[in-house]
Design a protein. Structure first.
Length: 261
């Protein structure tokens, strides 16, 4: 699979904030076949880079002391040409700036925001680190999906701030879904989650990872301490399941290797 062609506004990176980095490494190594390299503690805070077949696929960040009360979680980062300008646009369009733009030596610039629906996401301005090098295959991210409790506001926000060109995939009363891009060229989706997300769970981004066999992957994950949040079921895009890793970070797996969810 060639390196993904990432444009401004596209998902370009994912990482896991975890309370137990060693447990996370063991789990994802066994489940997805990842290998790891830990960055310099002083320069990169011990950030762990994950690779699949030698190609960058994700990051793992051990929680810092001031993050102890936050849940373990996967985050999606969107590509931006200018993180500082994006921060201004986020604030101007009803979002929140959780972490101001900061330089990551030699690699790029990053920031962390919240959209008007309450979902947290990162932004990455690429330099040496260009983002994930594989996608839409087993052991790599296949799809990125925003579960938005305020669906109309979320769609407008990403259109306004990131220039998303969107397509409405479904506008049924019980299933509203908009994609970034159309058809096979779609790169992310926004689903109206107001009908199914419990009150205590905020809007959030979900990452889908590709697997060769969803049922076998569920069994393997559970044997290593994962929890099944939504059992494996067939969808038009492949057999999908929702899991929580051993420390509670949620993610989805899907059998198909083509992008879409």
């Amino acid at each position: 699979m060639p390196t993904p062609d990432i444009h401004s506004g596209d998902p370009c990176w994912i990482d896991l904030m975890t309370s137990d980095a060693e447990k996370a490494k063991s789990f994802y190594s066994e489940l997805f076949g990842w290998t790891f390299e830990t960055g310099d503690q002083e320069m990169y805070g011990g950030y762990i880079s994950a690779a699949k077949n030698g190609k960058a696929v994700a990051g793992i960040m051990p929680k810092q002391e001031d993050q102890a009360g936050m849940p373990d979680a996967w985050s999606t980062y969107l590509a931006a040409e200018n993180v500082a300008a994006t921060a201004t646009a986020v604030a101007d369009h009803g979002g929140q700036v959780f972490m101001e733009p900061m330089d990551v030596p030699e690699q790029g610039q990053m920031a962390f925001f919240g959209d008007p629906a309450g979902a947290a996401f990162g932004v990455w301005q690429r330099r040496e680190h260009q983002g994930f090098q594989i996608a839409a295959e087993p052991g790599a991210p296949v799809w990125h999906e925003l579960h938005a409790k305020d669906y109309p506001a979320a769609v407008r926000f990403y259109q306004d701030v990131f220039g998303w060109e969107t397509e409405v995939m479904s506008d049924a009363p019980d299933f509203k879904y908009t994609t970034l891009g159309a058809g096979d060229a779609a790169r992310a989706g926004i689903i109206d989650a107001s009908l199914f997300l419990p009150e205590q769970i905020p809007s959030h981004w979900q990452v889908y990872f590709g697997v060769e066999d969803t049922d076998a992957a569920v069994d393997k994950a559970v044997s290593m301490g994962a929890s099944v949040l939504e059992p494996a079921q067939d969808s038009p895009f492949g057999r999908v399941a929702t899991l929580a890793d051993p420390t509670g970070a949620t993610f989805k797996i899907i059998e198909a290797v083509s992008q879409g969810a």
